[in-house]
Ligand binder design. Structure first.
Ligand code: NAD
Length: 264
């Protein structure tokens, strides 16, 4: 352990399995000495998350579906009872109907637009409001976003619109909580093959495109996102808030296809 998170405790939301970005972050934080609590969404995921929590000696803070306020409250009541105070929260949650993560954005339905925004955007605000009460000694809140917030990416559609709103939320929350020394930041991760990503149309093509065209000529790993999260959640980034930090092998800096990139 590098000790960066020694004495710090916090909540990580969004572990679905051992390929989740949230799991990469959980491992990096535990390695650095953090005490961690995990939530899971429903009984099906409990079976996967429970053994993972065991691996890190993490507290299982229970079921949380962010569309159900009572389950968010229950999680924070559990944290209040166990720890009283917390230092960090990771929000690695997003959802959209996969039928609308393909084809044209203009065909997005009102129902899925609302659901996508509720789960992928409002949840950060709902969670931050509860976290603020337990972050009596300052804190760091981190969410996960994607380049589709900034530029149009194929099939990302309503999720791109949601990520743009999520990134704006990070800035507003950073201002609201700044005077309590609570920081709010986002990591804009490059494409990674996870459960959520498998819902996006032509995801393999998008992954390959990034590998051929990112400055580092490869895709990013959950371990690397974990290391950058460690920076944003530890005192190493004490002067950083309201930031969207790209962890994407540099892809966001590139203006066009590399001349030597193969056709896919
Ligand atoms: P994942 O499928 O492992 O994680 C998504 C998580 O969201 C799951 O744990 C799921 O339970 C949770 N979730 C969905 N709806 C929920 C609800 N109603 N209540 C509570 N939890 C809910 O996939 P991931 O790729 O690790 O996704 C984590 C975050 O990273 C997401 O915000 C995603 O948009 C973002 N992200 C992913 C990529 C990528 O390429 N995989 C790139 C950039 C950003």
């Amino acid at each position: 352990s590098n000790g960066l998170m020694e004495g710090k405790r916090g909540l990580i939301m969004g572990v679905a399995n051992n390929r989740s970005i949230a799991w990469g972050i959980a491992k990096a934080l535990a390695d650095a000495g953090a005490e961690i609590a995990l939530t899971y969404q429903g009984d099906a995921l409990r079976k996967r998350v429970e053994p993972l929590a065991g691996e890190l000696d993490a507290l299982l803070a229970g079921h949380c579906d962010v569309t159900d306020e009572s389950t968010i409250d229950a999680v924070f009541e559990t944290l209040a009872a166990h720890w009283g105070q917390i230092d960090f929260v990771v929000h690695a949650i997003a959802f959209s109907d996969k039928d609308e993560l393909t084809g044209r954005y203009v065909e997005t339905s009102r129902a899925n637009f609302t659901k996508t925004m509720d789960i992928s955007v409002f949840s950060l605000t709902a969670i931050t409001a509860r976290a603020e009460k337990l972050m009596t000694d300052g804190g760091s809140i981190l969410t996960l976003t994607y380049y589709g917030a900034e530029k149009v990416m194929p099939h990302y559609n309503v999720m791109g619109v949601a990520k743009a709103a999520l990134e704006a939320s990070v800035r507003y929350l950073a201002v609201d909580l700044g005077n309590k020394a609570i920081r709010v930041n986002a990591i804009s991760a490059g494409p990674i093959k996870t459960l959520a990503a498998s819902g996006i149309g032509d995801f393999r093509y998008i992954l390959k495109w990034n590998e051929y065209n990112a400055p580092l000529k490869r895709s990013v790993s959950v371990e690397e996102v974990g290391q950058s999260a460690l920076y944003l959640l530890s005192d190493m980034s004490k002067g950083v808030t309201g930031e969207v930090h790209h962890v994407d092998c540099g892809y966001h800096t590139v203006g066009m296809k590399a001349v030597d990139a193969p056709d896919i």
